[in-house]
Design a protein around this ligand. Structure first.
Ligand SMILES: Nc1ncnc2c1ncn2[C@@H]1O[C@H](COP(=O)(O)OP(=O)(O)OP(=O)(O)O)[C@@H](O)[C@H]1O
Ligand SMILES: [Mg+2]
Length: 455
C-alpha cells in the first residue's frame, strides 16, 4: 500500500553505481544515482529521497562530509554508509554523525535491502513517536447508539472504511463527527498507521499552510529547521480535516492538487513527495450552502464528497439518549431517575451529544454522585418535559374537588407544593439550599412548609 520509496545511491565507480541501481529496482525501490557528494546534494534538494546509501571513499567530498552536509538541512533523512573491511572506526564516526546504519563491502544484496528497510521504518517510527508524545493519539473509538439512524451509520462506516476514497462527514455540532472519522480509521486497513486530525478553524490561516505541508529549512524567516507537515505524517494513515469550510480558499486549491496528484511539496522546496493518504473531512455547515457562500470550493466539494456520511442530530434518535446517559454516568457511578430521563428525552439538544455529556457532568456533581433528579438539570431542560399543557392536565386530574377544577389559586398552590417537595428531595432536606433552588427566601420557604403541612 505504501507509496514507492526512493533510494539515492552515491558512488564514484560507474560499475558499482550501475549494480546498485539495478539491485535497488529489483528490490522494489525507485533508484536514483549520484557520482559524487555534490550531485547527491543537488538531488536531495530537488527531489524527494527516502534513504541515502553512500560510499565512504569518494574524491572531493567523502561519505562523512556528505552526511554532515545533509544533516545541515535534514535531521531525519536515513543515511547508510558503505565502508571497506576493517573500517569500523569510521563506521562508528558515521553513526555518531547521525547515520542510520553502515554495511561493509563486499555485501550481499539482501544485507543492503535489510539495512534500507530497517532505516526507513525506524525513521517512520521515530517520527510517529514524536507525534504521539506531543499529540496523544485518541483512544479506540466507541460510537454509542442503537437507534435506527446509528445502526445505518455504523453499517455505512463498515462499508466505506476499507476504501481509500475520501469521505465528507456532515452533521450538527456535537453529534460525533470526529468520533465517526476515528471509527473509519479504526475499521480500515490503515488502522496501524496514524490518525492525524487537523482543525482548520482552530489554526490561524497563515500557520495552517506550513502545518499541513511542512517546510524546508530556510523556507521563510523563522524556518530554522526542516518541518514535517501533517500530510507527510499521515502517510499510510488517515488525515482528518475538521471544519473544512474554514480553510482559506487558496489552501483549498492546494489541497485539491494534493488529492488529485497524490504528491505534496514542502513550502520553500520543489521536491515532490509521493504519499498514500486517506482524507476524511468534516463540516457542521450545509456543504452546498458553503459552496454558494464561497466558503468551500465547488471542485473540492465534489472531490471530497465521494462518500458522504451524515451524523444524525440527537433529537432525531431519542432512543439513544438513555444509552448515552448511562455511558456518561457510569464513569461517575451516578444514577438517573426516570423522571430526569424523561426530561432528557423530551429536550431538543441543540448542542447534541456534547451538550448531553456536559449537562450530565454538572448534574452528577449537583446530585453529590447519587441519583440525578430533574432538580439537578438546567431549567430549560426540565421545562422540556413539563410543557404547559401537561402541567394543566396534571393539575386538573389531581384536583379532587371538581368544583375547583379550573381554579387558578388551587392549581398554583398545587404546583408550588410539588416544586417545594422536589427541591427538598434534591437538596436532601437542606432548607437553605432548597430555598435557593426555588428562588425564594428561606423565611418564605418555612412559611409555605407550614401552609402545606410539609414539615
Ligand atoms: N455516538 C456517540 N457515542 C459516544 N460519545 C459520543 C457520540 N457522539 C458524540 N460523542 C461525544 O460527544 C462529544 C462531541 O463529539 P465530536 O467532537 O465528535 O462532535 P463533532 O460532531 O465533531 O462536533 P463539532 O462539529 O462541534 O466539532 C465528544 O466528547 C464525543 O466523544
Ligand atoms: Mg468536531
Amino acid at each position: 500500500m505504501d507509496a514507492l520509496k526512493t533510494i539515492l545511491a552515491v558512488d564514484d565507480e560507474p560499475n558499482m553505481r550501475r549494480l546498485l541501481e539495478i539491485s535497488l529496482r529489483q528490490a522494489g525501490y525507485k533508484a536514483l544515482v549520484a557520482e559524487d557528494g555534490k550531485q547527491a546534494l543537488t538531488i536531495i534538494h530537488t527531489q524527494n529521497v527516502d534513504c541515502v546509501v553512500s560510499d565512504l571513499h569518494m574524491p572531493g567530498m567523502n561519505g562523512l562530509a556528505l552526511l554532515q552536509q545533509i544533516r545541515q538541512t535534514s535531521e531525519r533523512l536515513p543515511f547508510i554508509m558503505v565502508t571497506a573491511q576493517g573500517e569500523i572506526q569510521t563506521a562508528v564516526e558515521a553513526m555518531k554523525l547521525g547515520a542510520a546504519d553502515y554495511i561493509q563491502r563486499p555485501f550481499e544484496l539482501e544485507t543492503l535491502e535489510m539495512a534500507i528497510s530497517k532505516a526507513i521504518s525506524n525513521n517512520r517510527i521515530a517520527l510517529e513517536n514524536s507525534y504521539l508524545k506531543a499529540d496523544q493519539q485518541p483512544a479506540e473509538n466507541g460510537l454509542i447508539g442503537q437507534s435506527k439512524a446509528m445502526f445505518v451509520l455504523k453499517q455505512m462506516i463498515q462499508q466505506v472504511a476499507p476504501e481509500k476514497a475520501t469521505v465528507l462527514i456532515t452533521g450538527e455540532t456535537g453529534t460525533g463527527k470526529e468520533l465517526i472519522a476515528k471509527a473509519l480509521h479504526a475499521a480500515s486497513p490503515r488502522k496501524n498507521a496514524l490518525f492525524v486530525p487537523v482543525n482548520c478553524a482552530a489554526i490561524p490561516a497563515d500557520i495552517l499552510e506550513s502545518e499541513l505541508f511542512g517546510h524546508e529549512k530556510g523556507a521563510f524567516t523563522g524556518a530554522v529547521k526542516e518541518r514535517v507537515g501533517k500530510f507527510e505524517l499521515a502517510d499510510g494513515g488517515t488525515l482528518f480535516l475538521d471544519e473544512i469550510t474554514e480553510m482559506p480558499i487558496h489552501l483549498q486549491a492546494k489541497l485539491l492538487r494534493v488529492l488529485q496528484e497524490g504528491v505534496v511539496e514542502k513550502l520553500g522546496g520543489n521536491r515532490q513527495i509521493a504519499l498514500d493518504i486517506r482524507v476524511v473531512a468534516a463540516t457542521n455547515r450545509d456543504p452546498m450552502q458553503a459552496v454558494k457562500d464561497g466558503k468551500l470550493r465547488e471542485d473540492l466539494y465534489y472531490r471530497l464528497n465521494v462518500f458522504q456520511l451524515n451524523s444524525p442530530a440527537l433529537r432525531e434518535r431519542e432512543a439513544d439518549v438513555a444509552l448515552l446517559a448511562q455511558h456518561f454516568l457510569a464513569k461517575r457511578g451516578a444514577l438517573l431517575a426516570d423522571s430526569a430521563l424523561g426530561c432528557l428525552q423530551a429536550y431538543r439538544w441543540p448542542g447534541n451529544v456534547r451538550e448531553l455529556e456536559n449537562v450530565l457532568e454538572r448534574a452528577a456533581i449537583l446530585s453529590g454522585g447519587r441519583t440525578i433528579e430533574p432538580a439537578h438539570l438546567p431549567a430549560d431542560i426540565v421545562s422540556a418535559c413539563a410543557p404547559a399543557t401537561s402541567i394543566v392536565s396534571s393539575v386538573i386530574t389531581q384536583t379532587e374537588n371538581t368544583a375547583h377544577q379550573f381554579s387558578i389559586p388551587a392549581a398554583t398552590q398545587q404546583l408550588e407544593r410539588q416544586l417545594i417537595e422536589q427541591a427538598l428531595s434534591a437538596c436532601k432536606g437542606n432548607k437553605a439550599k432548597a430555598a435557593k433552588l426555588l428562588e425564594i427566601s428561606e423565611r418564605s420557604l418555612w412559611y409555605k412548609l407550614d401552609q402545606y403541612s410539609l414539615k
